[in-house]
Each structure stands twice: as structure tokens, then as C-alpha cells.
Design a protein. Structure first.
Length: 367
């Protein structure tokens, strides 16, 4: 731990000449419309299913979120209207607290039920360019937004001793003179890349939070694999954590579907961070999964500070935003199934029942 701390503390000094006094601004690269279609068929395979509830996320009110999102539901080809409800599960509350819910109007018997959800969104792809921003290229950050994006939460629990010990040992509590927020994001990415590898790992009963990511690494004693959600949680915690000079970088976690034909042929669920950059005077995307090397890959070199600096707002910046990967509004539900925007829970009577689920998801770019 001490050796790693000394090495990464040196990165604090190396960051200064890279990012000091460098100006940049946000440009709109492309604006287009997209329609995402999600279809799920439920078929009872055994037992007596007594109640089936469907849940879907309401896109949270995030800074610079899509201004135009329209979502429609169908059940067996007939339009339905879901009801709003509160999300009580702390595992998913980090992504918001409002969901849409719909109870199937009949018991799930021998005939299957097919639910289709379509989402229309007007999307904007952005990029960074050299030079200071003009007034037209800047955004506003209200006091309320700053408070919401810097406060400690159950997920971004930066005051926890385990997180603070790791944070300070790596020198991330320090800001070299002239370091931009973008430079700090890159430096945090270097730390994440040295301590973790790319791969899926379960969150556990308490869900992901900054201290849990760090503690799991400390308890394990070896480099562990994490995917996009814990990476985003850890980065947001690092940015929000107060530095020795009193500064904080506003950051929020965004979760949704990548829908860009240049990146993927089909929608891909992804989580990343949107942070407020004081130099660009705008909300920028930060996806530090780019810092993670595949587990077991000893040949691939660690990404450099410059490479991660260039990644900021340059990759995976197209999202139809949702809540977490499946919402559990009633943690005591005996059966839970959640993929992407739609979650299914059901209850049964007597012997355990089972439901077979098939899914299909696609998107189309509109002219």
C-alpha cells in the first residue's frame, strides 16, 4: 500500500505540466433522434403465479440530460399507462427515486404476456476542442446543482475511513497548482487502472458505494475486476471528496443505454460519470472503464495520463438514461428479474412458480 501510494503521489506532480493552463471547450458534434424498442415475453413454466408487477425507470433529472424523451408501453399489442411509484430499495436509489409501475390485469396463466416499451429520445453527441469557450459554448451550474453533485451520499461515502485512507495514500486529496478538473479526472483514472481490472463482479447486499469498492480491494489483497458501475461509483466519490485546498468537483452517476451506430450495433447498458468542468464551464462525460485492462492480460501496458486525459468526453457519450440495472421497489419480493429498463417481480402461491423470460432490444436512428 505504501509503495503504491508513493508511486501515485508522484503522478500528482506529473499531472501539473500536462494540464496546467490548458484551455478547452465543448462542441456539439451531432444531434439526431433515436427510437429504442425493448420487448419482453413472460411465460409461466410451472406453479401458480398470483401477481406480476412490471417496473420501469423514470430518467432522473440530471444536468444536461436529454430534453426530449417520450416513452410508450404496450401489453400484448394494447397501449397501457403505468403509474408512478417510489423506489424504496437503497441499492438502486443512487440512480433516482421514481419509477413507473404496472400490475398485469390478469393472472399469468397458460398464455404468455408480451410487454413492449419504446423510447424516443433526441440525442446530442459532444466533443472537446482546444481553446477557451465562448459564452454560447458554456452551461450554467446553479447552487442547488452544485450542492446536489458534491454532497456525500450513501453511495459517494467519501468520509468513510476506508475510503479516506486509500484516497490519501494515493495523493488524490491534493491538487497541483494549475491542474484542470479534466487533469484530475485523468489522474484518478490512472489510480483506478493500477488498482483494478476490467470484468464483472457482483455488488453484494449493500450495493456499490465508494468505500465498498476500496474495501473489497483491500480485503482481497490482489487486483480485482470491476465493471462500469463500481468504476463510475468510485470515480464520482473521488471527484466529490473534498481536497486539501477545500475544492470539490461536482459529479453525478449516469446510467443508461449506449445508442450510437458508430459504437455498437445494438443498445449496450452502461454507467459513467458526468462532472462539472470549471475550464470548459460545462458538464462533461468521464468514462474511466478506459483505464481498466482485462483481467489476466499481462501484456497490455497501463494507460498513460495523457491517454486518459484525451478519453474525457471523447468516448461513449450517447446515452438514453435510465435508473440502475433493474429496480427493486420491494426488496422482500421473492422473485426478481431485471435487465435494462424493465424489471419484473412476481409472487406465487404454494409450490414455487417459475417464469421463462425472453428479451429483445434494438434501436433505430431517425433522420
Amino acid at each position: 500500500m505504501r509503495v503504491a501510494g508513493r508511486l501515485l503521489a508522484m503522478a500528482v506532480l506529473l499531472a501539473a505540466p500536462l494540464a496546467a493552463q490548458e484551455s478547452y471547450h465543448l462542441e456539439v458534434a451531432r444531434v439526431w433522434n433515436a427510437v429504442q424498442t425493448y420487448e419482453q415475453t413472460l411465460t409461466r413454466t410451472s406453479g401458480e403465479v398470483r401477481q406480476v408487477d412490471l417496473y420501469m425507470a423514470v430518467p432522473p433529472a440530471l444536468p444536461n440530460a436529454q430534453e426530449s424523451i417520450v416513452r410508450k408501453w404496450w401489453l400484448d399489442g394494447v397501449a397501457i399507462e403505468p403509474q408512478r411509484a417510489a423506489c424504496s430499495d437503497p441499492v438502486d436509489r443512487l440512480f433516482g427515486n421514481t419509477i413507473l409501475t404496472y400490475r398485469l390485469p390478469y393472472l399469468l396463466g397458460d398464455r404468455p404476456a408480451t410487454v413492449k416499451v419504446t423510447t424516443f429520445a433526441r440525442l446530442t453527441s459532444t466533443r472537446l476542442a482546444a481553446g477557451p469557450p465562448t459564452p454560447a459554448q458554456t452551461m450554467t451550474l446553479t447552487d442547488a446543482e452544485r450542492r446536489a453533485a458534491t454532497q456525500e451520499s450513501g453511495v459517494t461515502d467519501y468520509s468513510q475511513p476506508a475510503f479516506q485512507a486509500w484516497y490519501r495514500a494515493l495523493g488524490l486529496n491534493q491538487r497541483p497548482a494549475g491542474e484542470t478538473d479534466r487533469g484530475y479526472v485523468a489522474r484518478a483514472g490512472v489510480a483506478i487502472g493500477r488498482w483494478f481490472r476490467a470484468g464483472h463482479t457482483d455488488a453484494g447486499g449493500d450495493g456499490w458505494k465508494g468505500s465498498a469498492v476500496v474495501t473489497r480491494r483491500q480485503l482481497n489483497g490482489t487486483t480485482i475486476a470491476i465493471d462500469c458501475v463500481p468504476t463510475a461509483v468510485l470515480l464520482a466519490t473521488l471527484l466529490r471528496a473534498p481536497k486539501d485546498d477545500g475544492s470539490q468537483i461536482p459529479a453525478v452517476i449516469a446510467n443508461g443505454w449506449l445508442v450510437d451506430k458508430r459504437l455498437t450495433a445494438t443498445p449496450v447498458g452502461h454507467a459513467l460519470v458526468r462532472y462539472w468542468d470549471a475550464t470548459a464551464q460545462a458538464w462533461l462525460w468521464a468514462d474511466m472503464t478506459a483505464a481498466l485492462r482485462p483481467e489476466g492480460d499481462l501484456a497490455r501496458p497501463e494507460p498513460t495520463l495523457r491517454q486518459l486525459y484525451d478519453v474525457v468526453n471523447q468516448q461513449k457519450d450517447i446515452l438514453i438514461e435510465e435508473l440502475g440495472g433493474g429496480v427493486r421497489p420491494e426488496p422482500s419480493q421473492p422473485v426478481y428479474d431485471g435487465v435494462g429498463p424493465l424489471t419484473t417481480t412476481y409472487r406465487f402461491r404454494g409450490a414455487a412458480a417459475s417464469i421463462d423470460t425472453t428479451r429483445q432490444i434494438s434501436f433505430t436512428e431517425l433522420r
